[in-house]
Design a protein around this ligand. Structure first.
Ligand code: SF4
Ligand code: SF4
Length: 438
């Protein structure tokens, strides 16, 4: 068995609560009668609609084209008719433009999709593989939703020699990636190989936290010819790019730089599966696995969900107990966002929906900082979170050196005995600094 590596500085160990849904096999959800597909499901410019109200669409048909280099196509998750293009609430709290489609229930795919294909055509060139990934609208499924084709095209001369795969899934509660690695290990690793082909690298390292021994065992027989699966110490935020790169390769990404700087590209294991489907099956990204869990649902689950499905349907399906539910969170408890509007649709970045009880979620009542230093010890980026927060509070953004390196992981906030809203303060100071720089 591989040795158990970890990153060197900071981090925390919240109770992972993964046992609630880790044993729940992925279950396909039927598409609802109406789906709402946002045009901004990725980092970068929102996609531009190419269909109009009243248009008939097939499942997998392009609804909106990428609008620029950092953008991604959006496809229809159902066959049916476009009802309207309108603004709808998103998990971020913003209103976003979306296309609403009435599902005709026929589940009729666009031409060219080969759902049963077991392997990608080995004759495809790296450029053809990259084009298929782009055409399918694949984005990073670990949460950031960065367009995958952009990340797979590092700057010339960067000399990338290693692909790192994030299978850590370090956020408590979430088990979607865990189940995918356990249930589709061959396909995940086939997707890894396709990305290695695009990058022209001979080495790929897949990192899993050591609370996923079964997924490690499932992946390992497929990991040959330059692909290695490695166990990592269960410690948050093990899945953060810089921490993952350090734990797996020993290379440290300098502050303000991307993993390219140390010849590494990082992708998520869910993205690897989506790449496999895009290239081998010509299947656009129209569905994803979402963990629905927490003490306020009767049957925690991992659902394979058509994008555009309202989260209220997922909560109903998992048996939400309204009386016990104290908070709803989109994503994990460390970096996710609480939400109230249950009509928000599942998008490419939706990794989980948590329905937490009062025992699991205590509203924060912020107290003054007592200068205990725990946040400093917890910060994996060697920042001084208490000072950054004070810089925000007292409008001294110019002094908040280092704030731009904060990845908003929430480790500092997790350990703070004064229950300071450190992440919100740091987000604020980052915004203040962006305004100063303009
Ligand atoms: S949220 Fe930012 S400041 Fe706080 S621990 Fe994470 S990286 Fe450090
Ligand atoms: S952990 Fe909280 S109380 Fe302690 S120094 Fe940091 S902000 Fe202040």
């Amino acid at each position: 068995m591989s040795s158990v590596a970890r990153f060197s500085k900071g981090g925390v160990h919240p109770h992972d609560c993964k046992q609630l849904s880790a044993g729940a096999a992925i279950q396909r959800l039927t598409a609802p009668e109406v789906v709402v597909v946002p045009l901004a499901q990725h980092l970068g410019a929102p996609a531009k609609p190419v269909v109009e109200k009243g248009a008939d669409v097939l499942k997998g048909q392009v609804l909106a084209e990428a609008a620029g280099v950092v953008s991604a196509r959006v496809h229809s998750p159902v066959s049916g008719k476009v009802k309207r293009i309108f603004e709808t609430p998103a998990a971020s709290g913003d209103r976003v433009l979306a296309i609403e489609i009435a599902n005709d229930g026929k589940d009729q795919w666009v031409e060219g999709v080969q759902l049963d294909a077991a392997d990608a055509d080995p004759a495809l060139t790296p450029a053809q593989v990259l084009d298929l990934i782009k055409d399918a609208g694949v984005v990073g499924l670990g949460g950031a939703a960065f367009p995958t084709q952009v990340k797979l095209a590092p700057p010339p001369g960067s000399g990338v020699d290693t692909l790192v795969l994030n299978g850590a899934e370090c956020e408590p509660y979430l088990t979607a990636d865990h189940r995918l690695m356990l249930e589709q290990p061959r396909e995940v690793i086939a997707g890894v190989r396709l990305m290695m082909k695009v990058l022209g690298v001979k080495r790929a390292l897949i990192g899993l936290e050591d609370n996923k021994q079964d997924a490690f065992a499932a992946l390992t027989p497929h990991a040959v010819d330059g692909v290695e699966v490695k166990l990592l110490r269960t410690r948050y935020p093990q899945g953060a790019e810089k921490q993952l790169v350090e734990a797996l390769t020993g290379r440290r990404v300098p502050p303000g730089k991307l993993p390219f700087a140390v010849k590494v590209v990082v992708q998520n294991v869910g993205t690897a599966f989506a790449v496999f489907e895009a290239v081998a099956r010509r299947k656009p990204l129209v569905e994803r696995v979402v963990t629905v869990t927490g003490g306020a649902v009767a049957s925690p689950a991992n659902f394979l969900v058509p994008l555009g499905t309202p989260v209220k349907l997922l909560l109903e399906k998992a048996g939400l107990d309204e009386e016990r539910c104290a908070a709803l969170i989109c994503g994990g408890p460390m970096m996710g966002r609480s939400f109230r509007h249950r009509d928000i649709p599942v998008v490419k970045a939706t990794s989980g929906i948590l329905a937490l009880t009062a025992a699991e979620f205590t509203p924060r009542e912020e107290q003054p900082c007592i200068r205990c230093g725990r946040c400093v010890d917890a910060c994996p980026m060697s920042l001084v979170p208490c000072d950054l927060a004070a810089n925000a509070e007292f409008s001294a953004a110019e002094d908040a050196v280092g704030a731009d390196s904060c990845m908003e992981c929430g480790s500092c906030q997790f350990v703070c005995p004064s229950r300071r809203f450190l992440v919100q303060w740091i987000r604020l100071v980052k915004a203040q600094r962006r305004r100063i720089k303009k």
